[in-house]
Design a protein around this ligand. Structure first.
Ligand code: IVH
Length: 699
């Protein structure tokens, strides 16, 4: 395995391409062994390292990202939150066609294979919906299970989430359905619903989704079905998997039956004869595309007769009887008028191309992403250039290339700013991953002091795992910031004892005596706080809850912690070594701490906050419990508590919680659905406990 250290910078383009190809194959093979055979040959940690290495290369060479990149594969995300489901019949993929010639070749192949001579073949032509496929199992007409595609053979059990979709019947309507049928189709989100979901997320200060497909995927794979239920996901049925009896003679008839049983079937589906029909259907769908209200990325042609489908069968992983004719990415030419640098809420800066408005496939485009400084240099994009803009898969428009012939005389190469456009004008730093790999992303290091990042930092500061201030969400934070009442964490505590502001608040719409009293009490309740939460709440990059706890325990009290941070900011080797020796702390954390406490603004903000608080010393880990010093791995579902609770409890008893099983593991706590980790534990002869046994052990 390649060592995922900063060598990504050393890769040139051909080497990166070769490496990405190799990784795609390696990861796919590991996925198969993991899902299908339940017998992985590498540890989860090594698997994750491969994935990170893949992402690091993709971040540096975004144009090399493969269409089937392991980082994009929804199926390939390993999740322990959903139990694995083996599909009765595998969920396969489709071959692609890109032109009229490809469509004609498909028809010719079908006729050759079936030895039909001049006989004209009937096909269905259905929109290729850009969502994610799901398989719904019905027994005696009742929905018993919903599953994601996964790797095609083994998906994830998402029954609870699937049941929340209004277009998925819990009982099949009508008659004629087989005793057992797996109905297959696409879960997707309409354009209007997508826009509303993102608008609500933006207003609440949450992450927005790049496109409807990602939003649908994120919504469907929620642990809490209540969240899925709140998202207006839709479902189109178009195929089936395992069936106990044949129920139709043709695809066209099958679609009609699916409709009769209560499913939505795309109204744009057509039945066509021969190549001419295929081409006509494609043209009609292309014309209808802007008005559908949901994303499609092509048309799926299927041989209509099911007996012919059976004879045609499959080649490797796709049927011979169907093909996906993809729409080309939509492109247009326009003038690049300016390049602006935007600061995101995490401090990442992104160059944005401001374009002379142009219509790309029916949508007026005025901005396009330029990704990062490297990308601008690679494409040599200059202000005044004529550029080709592309909108693919309805994602953010991109600049494909510069039309060099039309470059105006005197156009100069773009000089990327070295300072953040925020009022602090901090020097821009290259972002590193937790593993210490430099990425192409540049960041403002102003953190709390940068006005663009402030809201994100404050949101983190009051969040449940940090200061956990009830009644103070993004909405209130934004409103209070607008009034100029708060700008940094200390202000929250000042506000709680500022009667003038509290009076103003009482007079505000939506606030009143009671809510002000509650808010004040919620803030006061947090004036005393543990050192671990204090550190976590500061929002130092790469310092998550666990690292914060480790640091709190290592330094003991706030004075020692801050003194050490000052020394780290000054790059005192002894202080850096001390921090490096802490469990789970590495170069990325040290660098982040040095950058954070190296900013005068940040140091002042932390001091002001400290002055408002009583910070409790860190609890020393317990050493007199049955699990003290032991390494525990939780796997499978827990029934009596959440993963987070179980982890916190174990840690409070002096145990260490790890995510993968190894020789160093002492105890594996396995719930229902535990997979490979349990198997490895058995092979290593480790102690495996049920949740009940675990609870009994820790009392
Ligand atoms: S039929 C044997 N019909 O496209 C394959 N697939 O690349 C049966 N898709 O995973 C699939 N719309 O998620 C079929 N009308 C449609 C479709 C469709 C979208 C997706 C599906 C599948 C992928 C195949």
């Amino acid at each position: 395995m390649p060592d995922p250290t900063p060598t990504v910078e050393a890769l040139d383009e051909p080497a990166a391409l070769e490496e990405l190809t190799r990784l795609a194959h390696a990861l796919a093979a590991h996925d198969l062994r993991y899902y299908q055979d339940q017998a992985p040959t590498i540890s989860d940690a090594d698997y994750d390292a491969l994935k990170r290495w893949n992402s690091a290369i993709e971040a540096r060479f975004p144009h090399l990202v493969r269409e089937n990149s392991p980082s994009l594969a929804i199926g390939a995300t390993r999740s322990e939150s959903f139990a694995p489901v083996t599909h009765g019949v595998p969920m396969l993929s489709l071959d692609n066609a890109f032109s009229d010639e490809d469509a004609a070749e498909f028809d010719a192949r079908v006729r050759r294979f079936l030895r039909l001579g001049d006989e004209v073949v009937a096909y269905t032509a259905e929109p290729k919906i850009d969502g994610l496929s799901a398989s719904l199992r019905y027994e005696d007409g009742a929905l018993v299970r919903g599953a994601t595609r996964g790797d095609g053979r083994v998906g994830e059990d998402i029954t609870a989430n699937i049941r929340t979709l209004s277009e998925v019947p819990h009982r099949l309507a009508g008659q004629g359905w087989p005793k057992l049928i797996e109905v297959r189709g696409e879960v997707y989100l309409g354009h209007a619903e997508f826009a509303a979901l993102n608008a609500a997320a933006a207003a609440a200060g949450d992450k927005t989704y790049a496109n409807p497909r990602n939003a649908a995927s994120g919504s469907l794979r929620q642990i809490d079905p209540a969240i899925t239920a709140a998202r207006p996901l839709r479902f189109f049925a178009y195929a089936w998997g395992e069936v106990s009896a044949r129920f139709a003679d043709s695809q066209w008839q099958a679609l009609a039956m699916l409709r009769a049983w209560g499913f939505s079937v795309t109204p744009q589906a057509r039945r066509e004869l021969g190549v001419a029909g295929l081409l006509e259907a494609y043209a009609a769908l292309e014309a209808a595309r802007p008005h559908l209200g949901f994303d499609i990325d092509g048309v799926v042609y299927k041989v209509d007769r099911l007996d012919w489908q059976e004879r045609l069968g499959f080649v490797s992983r796709s049927p011979r009887w169907a093909v996906a004719r993809k729409f080309p990415a939509e492109r247009a030419r326009t003038i690049l008028e300016a390049i602006d640098i935007q600061v995101g809420r995490t401090g990442a800066v992104t160059p944005v191309a401001r374009l002379k408005p142009v219509s790309v496939g029916g949508v007026v485009v005025v901005n396009a992403t330029l990704h990062n400084a490297d990308e601008i240099a690679r494409k040599d994009v200059r202000i005044g250039d004529t550029v080709v803009v592309q909108r693919a898969g309805d994602v953010i428009p991109q600049i494909v290339e510069v039309v060099l012939d039309e470059r105006p005389a005197g156009a100069e190469a773009f000089v990327y700013p070295v300072h953040c456009p925020c009022p602090l004008q901090t020097p821009l730093a290259r972002e590193t991953t937790t593993a210490g790999i430099e990425t192409v992303v540049r960041r403002c290091t102003g953190e709390f002091a940068c006005p663009f990042q402030r809201i994100e930092h404050l949101r983190h500061f009051v969040s449940r795992r940090a200061f956990d201030i009830e009644g103070l969400g993004v909405k209130q934070l934004m409103a209070f910031m607008e009034e100029g009442w708060i700008g940094e964490p200390a202000d929250i505590f000042r506000l709680a004892r500022d009667e003038t502001v509290l009076d103003l608040l009482r007079a505000r719409d939506g606030f009143g005596e009671t809510s002000v009293r509650n808010l004040k009490a919620a803030i006061e309740a947090r004036r005393t706080i543990g050192l671990d939460r204090f550190i976590f709440a500061l929002g130092i990059r790469h310092v998550g809850e666990t690292t914060a706890l480790v640091m709190a325990r290592g330094y003991g009290d706030v004075e020692t912690f801050l003194a050490a941070m000052d020394r780290i900011a000054a790059r005192d080797p002894e202080a850096m070594e001390e921090l490096d020796a802490f469990d789970q702390v590495g170069a990325a954390v040290i660098e982040a701490a040095a950058a954070y406490f190296g900013e005068d603004h940040s140091r002042r903000i932390v001091q002001a906050l400290k002055a408002e608080l009583t910070i409790r010393e860190a609890e020393k880990p317990k050493s007199d419990t049955p699990v003290a010093g032991k390494t525990i791995v939780f796997t499978g579902a827990l029934e009596r508590m959440t993963r987070d609770e179980a982890k916190a409890k174990a840690e409070s008893l002096g145990a260490k919680v790890a995510s993968s099983v190894s020789k160093k593991t002492d105890i594996v706590v396995a719930g229902p659905g535990a997979g490979s980790k349990l198997k490895i534990a058995a092979e290593l002869g480790l102690t495996v406990l049920t949740e009940e046994e675990w609870l009994a052990m820790i009392g």
